[in-house]
Design a protein around this ligand. Structure first.
Ligand SMILES: [Zn+2]
Ligand SMILES: [Zn+2]
Length: 166
């Protein structure tokens, strides 16, 4: 994790110099940069701490390339600009400016797909596909559960039809 932090700090410095260059009024007060290895639901988080800000990056993000990490850092830094706490008009205008000039893809929401990362949720593949014989609704299950083991006892939630395992 130490190398990751060093790498993230270097990228943070690069992002800050871009913002200075573009005269985008992001904070000069980043108190702390941390990497959280357990977070998988988001890539970055920016919290106000006293007079400054704290940026947290997901450990999973560190598997991505530099550009993807910079995209997340810039996304978070833009939130420290005045009137940019949400993804409002001003926040979007700053993001678009950076995207146009530097080729970033800063968006209000970034998915694993746009970051070039594998979605951790998709690693577990669907093992059992239960299908309604009447309306065709599918009920994918990743592991054995009551529905898988006792499919006769259940009915389709949509039409009440009989279910069957495929
Ligand atoms: Zn945001
Ligand atoms: Zn059905």
């Amino acid at each position: 994790m130490g190398d990751n932090l060093k790498r993230a700090e270097k990228l943070l410095e690069k992002c800050r110099s871009i913002l200075r260059e573009e005269k985008i009024p992001a904070t000069e007060y980043i108190q702390r940069l941390t990497i959280n290895g357990r977070v998988r639901s988001r890539f970055g988080k920016c919290t106000k701490k006293g007079s400054g800000y704290e940026i947290e990056l997901s450990g999973h993000l560190m598997e991505a390339d530099d550009t993807a990490i910079e995209t997340v850092i810039l996304h978070e830094l833009l939130h420290t600009c005045p009137r940019c706490l949400n993804h409002g008009k001003l926040w979007k205008a700053y993001a678009e400016k950076l995207n146009r000039k530097y080729g970033y893809r800063i968006t209000a929401t970034s998915s694993y797909h746009t970051m070039g990362l594998e979605d951790p949720g998709s690693r577990e593949t669907v093992k059992y596909m239960i299908k309604c014989t009447k309306c065709g609704t599918e009920y994918p299950r990743k592991r054995k559960c009551s529905l898988v083991e006792n499919v006769d006892r259940y009915r389709c939630g949509k039409c009440g039809g009989k279910l069957e395992i495929h």
